[in-house]
Design a binder for this molecule. Structure first.
Ligand code: FAD
Length: 519
């Protein structure tokens, strides 16, 4: 039924006349790949890892995994599949670090391209420029990019909270974190891409050259081509970070402070996020292992009294020689805010430890077998005008007594973001990222079990749909054309046109479930 529904969108009528003609005899996917002349490493055995992802809910085997040594390996595979035309069901998915949540990097019975094993070009830095940048393989992990660029006292500007993700994987979504209010998401901070389209063509694109493909690929959910190389903007790197947390019990006071902070013209802080604290009585005691209370006596006496709390999280970057100035600046900025005075916690960490903070949690969770569990995450972009109605219903009614994963909430300002990419955002300049990052307890059938979390997510999605609040999903997951059309709204026609232009047979990224393979 799904295939039928989606084929209303892409069917033979839509295939351009210059597409390959129909192969006469349908072949099994494996046979068709085995018979191609190919000098790359296409494995039919080392494929298990490519059947699952971080979400840990979908397990679908590919037929083969390509471990590319050169860009022509990637182009050759895609050309081969493209030339099979309409009688084949073969699809191709790039797999970055496989940290998708809903099977988006899988290619059931198709070919998965293991981008992490593709290391070309080796990282190349252009440091003498007014605007320094680096060229990097799209299969590179952000954590490796951080370490290499710091050797030159440089750093990318915009990050994700977790760095063990590939460049191609995050650029196919957006890459949003606490720096996005200043620099925009990661897709704002890329000067150029190299892409292999769904026809097997290798294309270099940027704002000046093949701009349509450049914009299509950024936030493009892997639909228009495999990103093989990216040119990433850099800036001088700090060495240290002042990392600050403070609590609020009133949601309006919390969001007013967040919005005030992101509206500073140059951004008074370098990073701003926040999270919701539900059902966490011992929270401040947990923080004491890594943060110092400004007022230890008062902090000791603070109790949540069962209230839902909101935590503002800030960071200010600095170098040791500027520490005095930074302390004065931070103190002065903090006096403008209305957090609960006894709950101010501060810490000073290295820039690397700050950016790689989620990996520290990962290691702890791994020790307790709590990392490789199902992750039924839900990420939403909520326009400013709707954030209070959303918070009232979701935090106070739907997730009110659970705490099986962080709930992030922070605003960004779209007016500083790049226009024309494939990323879908709400129609208001200021909107909030709300990320419900649940982990399902293994074997639990209670409120922390997978079914209960999925049921809560469905309630939230239904509320979002029924209430007309202008909310969009981030890292979107839908299964029907109707839902995808609604998600893209007035961007749907452009998205469809670009699909026809760059991947007319819908070979690429089948795990997103937007377009069925044309056959
Ligand atoms: P994969 O899961 O391997 O692939 C994702 C999609 O992109 C697939 O459809 C795949 O086919 C396609 N793709 C992969 N590589 C390429 C390529 N080279 N060319 C074209 N298409 C490609 N996101 C944020 O924005 N901010 C965060 O702070 C953040 N934190 C996260 C923390 C954790 C612990 C996890 C697990 C995820 C987080 N994410 C965050 C989400 C993450 O950015 C996406 O899931 C991202 O796609 C993962 O990158 P990956 O390399 O694992 O991609």
């Amino acid at each position: 039924a799904l295939v039928f529904l989606l084929s209303i969108t892409i069917n033979r009528d839509h295939i351009p006349s210059n597409s390959p003609s129909v192969a006469q005899t349908p072949q099994s996917p494996r046979l068709s790949l085995e018979t191609m002349r190919f000098d790359g490493n296409l494995s039919f055995d080392n494929i298990q890892h490519a059947s699952k992802d971080f979400g840990n809910r979908y397990h679908l085997m590919p037929t083969a995994v390509l471990y590319p040594k050169s860009i022509s390996n990637i182009a050759q595979i895609i050309k081969h599949v493209f030339n099979l035309g309409l009688t084949s069901h073969l699809t191709v998915a790039a797999r970055g670090h496989g940290h998708s949540l809903e099977g988006q990097a899988l290619a059931p019975d198709g070919v998965v391209i293991d981008m992490e094993s593709y290391k070309s070009p080796v990282m190349t830095f252009h440091t003498g420029e007014k605007h320094p940048y680096m060229d990097v393989s799209a299969g590179e992990l952000w954590i490796n990019i951080l370490h290499e660029s710091l050797k030159r006292d440089l750093t990318p500007k915009s990050w994700t909270d977790y760095l063990h993700l590939t460049v191609g994987g995050t650029l196919s979504n957006a890459g949003i974190s606490g720096q996005a209010f200043r620099h925009g998401p990661q897709i704002n901070n890329v000067y150029r891409l190299q892409v292999v389209t769904g026809r097997g063509d290798v294309v270099t694109c940027s704002d000046e050259q093949n701009a349509d493909l450049f914009n299509a690929a950024l936030g493009g959910l892997g639909q228009f081509g495999i990103i093989t190389e990216a040119r990433i903007a850099l800036e001088p790197a700090p060495t240290k970070v002042k990392w600050i947390r403070a609590l609020y019990s009133d949601f309006t006071t919390f969001t007013n402070d967040q919005e005030r902070l992101i509206s500073h013209s140059r951004g008074a802080f370098d990073y701003l996020e926040g999270f919701v604290v539900i059902n966490r009585t011992g929270l401040l005691n947990n923080w004491r292992s890594s943060f110092n209370p400004r007022d230890p006596v008062q902090a000791e006496q603070f109790t949540s009294d069962g209230r839902i709390l909101f935590c503002l999280e800030l960071a200010k970057y600095f170098n040791l020689e500027g520490v005095g100035e930074i302390e004065l600046e931070v103190d002065s900025l903090l006096t403008e805010l209305s957090y609960i005075r006894s709950t101010l916690f501060l810490s000073e960490v290295s820039y690397v430890d700050f950016l790689d903070r989620v990996h520290m949690s990962e290691m702890k969770l791994c020790e307790n077998d709590m990392w490789d569990v199902p992750h039924p995450w839900l990420n939403l972009l909520v326009p400013r005008r709707s954030i209070h109605s959303f918070a009232e219903e979701v935090f106070h009614n739907i997730v009110k007594d659970t705490s099986n994963g962080p709930i992030l909430i922070y605003p960004v300002n779209k007016s500083r973001w790049k226009n024309g990419t494939s990323l879908v955002t709400p129609d208001e300049n200021v909107f909030y990222l709300v990320a419900l990052l649940s982990s399902a307890m293994p074997y639990s059938v209670g409120r922390d079990g997978l079914d209960a979390i999925l049921a809560r997510n469905r309630r939230i999605v239904k509320f979002v749909g029924d209430s007309n609040l202008g909310i969009k999903q981030y890292l979107p997951h839908y299964t029907t054309t109707q839902e995808w059309r609604a998600h893209f709204g007035d961007k749907w026609e452009v998205f469809l046109r670009r699909k026809m232009a760059y991947d007319p047979l819908a070979i690429l990224a089948p795990g997103q479930r937007i377009f069925p393979r044309a056959n």
